[in-house]
Design a protein around this ligand. Structure first.
Ligand code: FDA
Length: 486
């Protein structure tokens, strides 16, 4: 490995040029900062002190992607693959400085690999990993006269590469499960530059890439997705409710018995923030008209819940607002008592206005009918809902006190959420749960004891380690919480 940046740049750039990969930018060159920062969604990782890649490479084809992987390996750099850049901990474009994360690294950014090919007749689509959820939703609706959809998250600029790799939960999940549950095949570029489909990679690796977290296995070039049928109209409502702490705690307390128990066609989540609580909801089919309720096509509802003003905007990769932020997650297995809910609401009101929030995502329905080992994502039957805690801040505001505030809320919640393990959702990646060991020999044990079991369950984590050992024994694809090889 070269510790001399000039030699590294030379080796990398001459390999890329010789391989015909023309679109890349080395650290220090004029286009570097704008290419690197375009897909940085959490501004916390633009601050000084955050380790930056030696280069950003933008492949335009599967061939380019293979060659970019091989050139990075030839220059002995680690690889971070980036699709939408929405990792809450910046794992697609930063390095931690411990263990494998101390090596120089290259970002392979897939934003130009964003083609979506829909086959409406078979209700399937091949989607390049750099496509955003919005691009997929738009293409699927356009090719099927709005009769088909894909089940995945609500933010339109999230990339399918990272999203499907970690599960992918959204408004259709109570009916059709996760994005990862609807993957039929995939093309993975491994550390040797081979392109492997489901048969070539084998069932263990194919199982691992559908929920075992991004950044561990190779670069997923494309996914073959199962599309799902949707009616002409869905019914949506986003009622805002305000009231005393006790009234709101009572409302949320009742929601816990309703949201996760509704028929599969309903999705009713809760967003709690200072001064107000709102819920957003979607139901397949027609409804009786009420003032808060409206009907629209599924793709219009996807644009609405992404906060966009038109369906056309789904194809934009530009995030309208970017913040500094920190997120954490939990799973709730039994209803939280009203007094604890009231305490959360009071805590939110005492927090850094106006930027702390808690989201409750109802599970149940089809989510509870998959087995915990069907994919690496184990949070199935027995979970009432997932919780996401978040705090954001702006330039010039201090981040540390806000993150400390969020961590106190998380500590307070311990008696009310899942235990042994205290589970978490890998797509809401949280480095507070632990980071990679500096010593490779300790990596598997440390990961298993900390974040590995929390995200995946012990049984699934062990299978992930076996898959990693088979597909990437040299740990070329790594980050602070990637699956370590044996
Ligand atoms: P990014 O490019 O940062 O990648 C994330 C991880 O996956 C990194 O480790 C990266 O190396 C790896 N990776 C990316 N592309 C890869 C590829 N092609 N092959 C292999 N590895 C790859 N989640 C959810 O379930 N439901 C939701 O509704 C939302 N909503 C949401 C809104 C907002 C504003 C944010 C910031 C995040 C969410 N999420 C979410 C979480 C989201 O699913 C999670 O952050 C995804 O990992 C983001 O995927 P990206 O490709 O955008 O991220």
């Amino acid at each position: 490995r070269s510790s001399n940046p000039t030699a590294l740049f030379k080796s990398l750039s001459s390999c890329l040029v010789a391989s015909g990969v023309g679109n890349f930018s080395l650290a220090g060159s004029p286009s570097y900062a704008s290419l690197l920062n375009f897909s940085v969604q959490n501004l916390r990782f633009t601050l000084p002190g955050v380790r930056k890649p030696a280069a950003v490479v933008l492949p335009a084809s599967k061939r380019d992607l293979r060659r970019a992987v091989l050139c990075a390996r030839g220059a002995a750099t680690a690889i971070r693959v980036r699709s939408g850049g929405h990792s809450y901990e910046g794992q697609s474009y930063t390095a931690s400085g411990a263990g494998a994360g101390s090596a120089p690294f290259v970002v392979i950014d897939l934003m130009n690999l964003n083609r979506v090919r829909v086959d409406a007749a078979s209700a399937t689509a091949w989607v390049e990993s750099g496509a955003t959820l919005g691009e997929v939703y738009h293409a699927v609706a356009a090719a099927s006269s709005s009769s088909l959809a894909f089940t995945a998250g609500s933010c339109s600029t999230v990339g399918v590469g990272g999203h499907i790799s970690g599960g992918g939960f959204g408004l259709l999940s109570r009916k059709f499960m996760l994005a990862a549950d609807n993957v039929l095949d995939a093309l993975l570029v491994d550390a040797e530059g081979r392109v492997l489909d489901r048969r070539d990679m084998g069932e263990d690796v194919f199982w691992a890439i559908r929920g075992g977290g991004g950044g561990s296995w190779g670069a997923v070039y494309a996914w073959k997705l199962r599309l799902v049928p949707v009616p002409n109209a869905v019914t949506v409502f986003t009622p805002k409710r305000e009231g005393s702490v006790d009234d709101m705690a009572g409302l949320v307390h009742r929601w816990q018995f309703v949201g996760p128990a509704l028929p599969d066609e309903f999705y009713l989540s809760v967003f709690l923030t200072i001064g107000s609580s709102s819920s957003r909801s979607q139901k397949d089919g027609n409804s009786s008209r009420r003032s808060e309720v409206s009907e629209m096509s599924w793709v219009e509802s996807a644009a609405k819940f992404a906060g966009l003003s038109s369906v056309a905007e789904l194809t934009s990769r530009v995030s309208k607002t970017k913040h500094y932020g920190k997120n954490k997650s939990d799973y709730v297995k039994g209803p939280i008592p009203p007094d604890a809910l009231a305490a959360i609401l009071r805590y939110l009101s005492s927090g850094p206005a106006p930027a702390g929030y808690v989201i409750l995502d109802p599970y149940g329905g089809a989510m509870a009918r998959a087995a915990a080992t069907d994919t690496p994502f184990p949070h199935r039957a027995g979970n009432l809902y997932g919780m996401q805690y978040g705090v954001t801040w702006e330039a010039g505001e201090e981040g540390e006190p806000r993150m400390a505030w969020l961590r106190r809320l998380y500590a307070y919640m311990a008696p009310h959420v899942s235990r042994d393990p205290r589970a978490a959702y890998v797509n809401y990646i949280d480095l507070d749960l632990g980071t990679e060991a500096a010593d490779a020999a300790a990596a598997v044990g440390r990961a298993r004891e900390t974040w590995g079991t929390a995200y995946f369950s012990a049984e699934n984590f062990d299978r992930l380690v076996r898959a990693k050992t088979r597909i990437d024994p040299a740990n070329v694809f790594n980050n602070a919480q990637s699956i370590p090889p044996l």
